[in-house]
Design a protein around this ligand. Structure first.
Ligand code: FES
Length: 114
């Protein structure tokens, strides 16, 4: 059994979509975006873009990247790396665990695919 935050079942987030987990729930003072990437895996990044104020969960997922909806910076969902301007700061990743088709988020732990 996971001691992470239950985000929902794998069917709740369609491939190419994301769901935002609010700061009240994450307990770390920041919203976290949980993505269902087009490689079939789930990844989590801080929801706020590192460039300015934008919600990455409202961005566009392509493969294993997300494009910010405001100025189109792209971030790697696996590593959080800022892949192009105008973002120069990497996004923080968080670990996701999938157990029996249920998604669990571990805020402030290193992100890997699940
Ligand atoms: S706010 Fe995301 S790229 Fe500018």
């Amino acid at each position: 059994m996971s001691n992470g935050i239950h985000v929902g079942s794998v069917d709740d987030i369609e491939e190419g979509e994301a769901e935002m987990v609010s700061a009240e729930v994450t307990g770390i003072g920041r919203d976290i975006a949980v993505f269902h990437a087009e490689d079939g895996n789930f990844y989590a990044l801080d929801d706020e873009c590192t460039h300015e104020t934008a919600s990455l969960s409202e961005g566009w997922v392509e493969g294993t990247e997300v494009e910010c909806p405001v100025h189109s910076a792209r971030f790697c969902l696996k590593s959080g790396e800022a892949l192009c301007m105008p973002a120069t700061i990497n996004a923080r990743t968080h670990r996701i665990e999938v157990i029996d088709d249920e998604i669990y988020l571990h805020p402030d732990t290193s992100g890997t695919a699940a």
